[in-house]
Design a protein around this ligand. Sequence first.
Ligand code: HEM
Length: 162
Amino acid sequence: MFETVCFRDGLRAFASVTVPRDMTTPDNPIQRSFELAAERCEDLTPLVYRRLFRQHPEAEAMFRSEGSDPVKGSMLALTIDAILDFAGERTGHFRLIECEVSSHDAYGTPRPLFAAFFGVIAQTLRELLGTDWSTEIDQAWQNLLAQIDQVLAQNGPRIPSS
Ligand code: HEM
């Protein structure tokens, strides 16, 4: 059986990627949280960036003021792919996290801010899900965020530019 989930379509962070799921695939609370959000919201992008810039106003100036919407949409969609892979089968997309932490060092994105993006995604989902944000989903997200922090810590401190 296959289940279609909305995730990515050009600039939108939700569209139609087909996620295979059969009776032998264990239920994945992280995936379910995205599925439930996709039922309630056509595009996560504005919600995530509004929250990010409210909590971390310094992040807004890091994006070009003109023409950065495609980058923002793509950054979020790729981050969601990486999260789903990290929380699921780990086929490879999850490696984006360790690759991008280095490229973001070069963009000048502080590590704590880079890490905060994942929490902002979780908070956005939580708000969208309301009472459907179960203890199981909450626990899974807490574990995931802790594991991502470990990955970031293992990738060494940022080397300051001279
Ligand atoms: C709040 C934290 C973050 C900030 C402020 C930030 C900032 C940026 C900026 C300014 C760019 C555009 C660079 C350019 O103009 O070429 C960018 C691109 C990108 N970021 Fe982030 N980033 C953050 C977190 C992340 C995270 C956590 C990931 C994934 C693990 C990620 C993945 C990407 C990718 C894949 C691109 C390239 C997108 C594309 O051009 O298609 N970013 N980011």
